[in-house]
Design a protein around this ligand. Structure first.
Ligand SMILES: Nc1ncnc2c1ncn2[C@@H]1O[C@H](COP(=O)(O)OP(=O)(O)OP(=O)(O)O)[C@@H](O)[C@H]1O
Ligand code: SF4
Ligand SMILES: [Mg+2]
Length: 353
């Protein structure tokens, strides 16, 4: 098997706040191979954007980062991006690392024409590139996104939100990075343009072996465009593996709930996951999903579940699968630890009554 282009090991990102550190990414491990697309899904606020930025060394200065993010160029040795000086990371951005942001308007300079954005991006990484060549490359990237050439000299405010989003994507792609994080790249777009962009991203990996981490709320896009999927809950990846396998046979109770809450043509009613995502300053003890998990056991409320690699290659962090794989692990939950948590809650309420 080819070596991963990116190996993330035990990555942690904290934001300092008045209430204490927000543990937005808390011990995340995954690999991305050349030409592979990994879909990153999970409820709002679970840490997806923070993870995407952490991987690219783009977290705000006040955030603390720990762990390892090893980037390998083809045939080259890997280097850990965590702790690398900002200047070094800046050098890698563009030719090796690309980011398509969640909020395009905050990233385009309103005082600069689109042509100037392209000139700046290309000059920063390909010094001495003639103006004609810059224009040719920029126009090709814009055409790929369905933006007419005649708009090359326009300012950002002269475009619609969806067009600005496509310009942002063209700006990231024009440098043909080996590895891209695309954070909700299609949220502002209509379905037809969305399909077009997903196709462009797919062509990119086919033709240039570009690897992609695609952050999205749209599970349909993941099913269609991703090789693998990672499901995030409260700063952790709770399940990851082959996208088809995870969609056909979700293992982690949170993945099952997340899939049930999406709308499909056969949906007759909407399913919501009861409760709300936890506070990342003081996340629940044990399994972070236990207050909302329909199959939580007593021990889940105190002991964190281990990650288990299942025979399908899917990795899940849930006591149910851990005990199925190795029944001896049940001891770690302590006496009565396998009793259903709901029943325990009911008994204590009854006792109080
Ligand atoms: N600069 C910051 N300072 C403090 N807390 C932050 C900062 N940025 C994000 N957070 C917090 O970190 C957590 C994760 O945020 P993040 O933006 O990574 O979530 P997300 O999964 O991308 O959400 P969404 O789906 O809404 O984009 C949230 O609780 C958020 O409030
Ligand atoms: S570890 Fe327990 S609470 Fe967490 S998902 Fe699995 S069963 Fe539910
Ligand atoms: Mg986000």
């Amino acid at each position: 098997m080819t070596e991963p282009v990116l190996s993330v090991r035990d990555l942690r990102v904290w934001y300092g706040t008045d209430r204490g550190p927000v543990r937005a990414v808390d011990g995340v491990t995954f690999d991305v191979r050349p030409g592979e697309t990994l879909g990153l899904v999970g409820e709002s606020g679970c840490g997806k954007s923070t993870l995407g930025r952490g991987v690219l060394g783009l977290t705000p200065p006040a955030a603390a980062v720990d762990g390892e993010v090893v980037l390998r160029s083809p045939g080259g040795a890997g280097r850990n991006l965590v702790g690398l000086p900002a200047k070094e990371i800046q050098r890698l951005r563009g030719p090796e690392l690309g980011l398509i942001f969640q909020e395009p308007m905050t990233r385009l300079n309103p005082l600069m024409r689109i042509s100037q954005h392209f000139e700046e991006a290309l000059r920063a990484h390909h010094k001495g590139l003639p103006k004609q060549e810059i224009k040719a490359r920029a126009l090709a990237a814009l055409r790929g996104m369905g933006i007419p050439e005649s708009r090359y000299g326009s300012y950002p405010h002269e475009f619609s939100g969806g067009m600005r989003q496509r310009i942002m994507i063209a700006l990231a792609l024009v440098l043909r990075p080996a590895f891209i994080v695309a954070d909700e790249p299609t949220t502002a777009l209509d379905v037809l343009v969305e399909a077009q962009i997903i196709k462009i991203l797919a062509d990119l990996r086919k033709n240039f072996d570009t690897s992609l981490v695609l952050i999205t709320h749209n599970l349909g896009i993941v099913a269609e465009a991703c090789d693998r999927v990672a499901v995030m809950y409260a700063g952790h990846i709770v399940e990851q593996g082959d996208a088809r396998e995870v969609f056909a046979n979700p293992q982690h109770p949170y993945t099952r709930e997340l899939l049930r809450s999406t709308i499909s043509l056969s949906t007759t009613g909407l399913h919501f996951i009861p409760g709300s995502p936890p506070d990342l300053v003081e996340p629940p003890q044990g399994c972070r999903f236990h207050p909302r998990c329909p199959v939580a056991m007593r021990g889940c409320a105190t002991v964190e579940p281990p990650e288990v690699v299942l025979p399908t290659g899917v990795v899940s962090a849930c006591w149910q699968q851990a005990i199925e794989a190795d029944p001896a692990l049940a001891d770690e939950l302590g006496p009565g630890g396998r009793e259903p948590l709901a029943a325990v809650k009911e008994i204590s309420v009854a006792d109080e009554a």
